[in-house]
Design a protein around this ligand. Sequence first.
Ligand code: ZN
Length: 202
Amino acid sequence: MRFHRPLFSTLFSSFTHFATRARSPHQAALSASITSRPLRASMSGIPFLGALFGSKSSSSNMTYPDQRSNDEWQAILNKEQFRILREKGTEPPGSGKYDKHYPSEGVYACAGCSAPLYKANHKFKSGCGWPAYFDSIPGAVTRHEDRTFGMARTEIVCSNCGGHLGHVFKGEGFDTPTDERHCVNSVSLNFTPEDKTGGDKA
Ligand SMILES: [Zn+2]
């Protein structure tokens, strides 16, 4: 325990320094109670910070309702779907089957778990080489901070299975109601012409 002594003696000497500055034991107690007040106030911020860091660190290993294992996904997805949905890959720009696909109605569902994600009327022409949507079906898409490749981006995944969809970009100046662009891999999607989500068709 000998090597603990320098730390202990440093703490002890700073405590005694504080205590000897007070003129009496009563004053020492008084000043201790005064200094504890701002301490308590500053500590009230700590749970908030804890929640902030907690949500940040859990974002990449968040759990989703659909808990299939990689083996189970591999059994139902083709290689390219598995690479993009489960390994966060990206299809080459301009290559996707839904890049230049503009139906008047219908739903784009997750190619992994079939959860409805986007409606035909969310899609717009961005010219970026991937399907672009200005909004999603409420709650269908979950966002995560993505700092890979030296960029600060917002990854979007299916809220039901955590399957990687692409990224969302904001404030690019597109003439859409949200000025957001959900840049989604076609491989992550399956389109069906019927809208069974029961939402508006406007
Ligand atoms: Zn899914």
